[in-house]
Design a protein around this ligand. Structure first.
Ligand code: SAM
Ligand code: DTB
Ligand code: SF4
Length: 349
């Protein structure tokens, strides 16, 4: 065990399998109890994503519409200009987002890209937003440079279990991913790392992924759980749907194992009912991507999320370190604007 007393880094797959096997109500009750002991259960952190460099990626991740190995409808784009990125960050802020996450379809950033990346981070920070980037593998030096420029979070997912990983990605190894996470941790940035479910993995693989994440020397501050978005042209376009209850269970088990991390109900919300999403919040998810686009695929429109938050009495979480409402105001205002008598009625009964 390391770190805080209630954080464990010695989980076993067998033990996690038995959490998954609990009756649904027992599992959700346990997860909700742990959630309440660590977070305000009615607050959800809201992040907005932007693809700053789209398509033509040399990696072969079988789920990904941006891989150059597959033919999809994704339009390739060069690295966006800094001004354009900052204009999108401003829009995200106006909509009430507190974190701006920039993603690039790269194996790793090239040194010639770094000056532009650094300007983007500085600009996003100057707007008063938290910043996150996901650019592929990072060297120790690149991680230090990003930290120096003010980057708060770096996203790099383990995606699945070590055992199943080779079925999904062959162009970089699990060890490469763990190395990048170590460089990010050593730089002092916060880690955002999670995975995807619905890739055709087994229940044991889902447990093994969560064991990898929870047993890192220090648990990731942010844990995105993505449901596969099946994109035409990718090898996983016809993958069988994962039962939504299995997805909700995955969120609940992540919450139990990583009690102080934000667990993000990440890709796949566009295909989920409001009720499935609500059970994910009950199971301990307390972060979402907000805004009509993820990187290349659709996400629920901002106004439908505002309505969902209002129905559930969920408030957007303030930016870390800001106890006041400055950064909450825009989204809270938007939610108030969405309120209608019928919704008040629903919320009160
Ligand atoms: N290229 C960088 C990398 O892979 O590290 C950053 C961007 S990549 C799109 C970030 C993550 O998005 C992946 O690790 C994967 O978990 C998730 N992702 C990509 N395509 C997805 C899809 N079709 N459905 C769900 N999640 C997806
Ligand atoms: C993460 O775990 N999910 C986000 C973010 N990190 C970069 C990406 C989801 C991408 C979904 C497919 C797409 O829109 O291209
Ligand atoms: Fe490239 Fe990232 Fe997509 Fe893999 S997930 S193909 S690394 S953009």
């Amino acid at each position: 065990m390391t770190g805080s007393a209630d954080i464990r880094n010695d989980w076993t797959v067998a033990e996690v399998n038995s959490l998954f096997a609990l009756p649904f109500n027992d599992l959700l009750f346990k997860a909700q109890g742990i959630h309440r002991a660590n977070f305000d259960p009615n607050e959800v952190q809201v992040s907005t994503l932007l693809s700053i460099k789209t398509g033509a990626c040399p990696e072969d991740c079988k789920y990904c519409p941006q891989s150059a190995h597959y033919t999809t409808d994704v339009e390739k784009e060069r690295l966006l200009e800094v001004e354009k990125v900052l204009a999108e960050a401003q829009k995200a802020k106006d909509l009430g987002s507190t974190r701006f996450c920039m993603g690039a379809a790269w194996r790793n950033p090239k040194d010639r890209d770094m000056p532009y990346i650094v300007e983007m981070v500085k600009g996003v920070k100057a707007l008063g937003l938290e910043s996150c980037m996901t650019l592929g593998m990072l060297s120790r030096e690149q991680a230090a440079m990003l930290k120096e420029s003010g980057l708060d979070y770096y996203n790099h997912n383990l995606d699945t279990s070590p055992e199943f990983y080779g079925e999904i990605i062959t162009t970089r190894t699990y060890a490469d991913r763990l190395n990048t996470l170590q460089h990010v941790r050593d730089s002092g940035m916060k880690i955002c790392s999670g995975g995807i479910v619905g890739l055709g993995e087994t229940a044991n693989d889902r447990s093994a992924l969560l064991v990898q994440l929870a047993n890192l020397p220090q648990q990731p501050e942010s844990v995105p759980i993505n449901m596969l978005v099946k994109v035409e042209g990718t090898p996983l376009q016809d993958e069988v749907d994962l039962d939504p209850f299995e997805f909700i269970r995955t969120i609940a088990v992540a919450r139990i194992m990583m009690p102080k991390s934000h667990v993000r109900l990440s890709a796949g919300r566009e295909e989920m009912s409001e009720q499935t999403q609500s059970l994910c919040f009950f199971a301990g998810a307390n972060s979402i991507f907000y805004g009509s686009k993820l990187l290349t695929t659709a996400n629920p429109e901002a106004d439908s999320d505002q309505i969902l938050f209002q129905k559930l009495g969920i408030r957007p979480e303030a930016r870390q370190g800001y106890s006041d409402e400055v950064h909450q105001a825009a989204l809270s205002d938007a939610i108030v604007e969405q309120q209608q008598p019928q919704l008040f009625y629903d919320a009160a009964h």
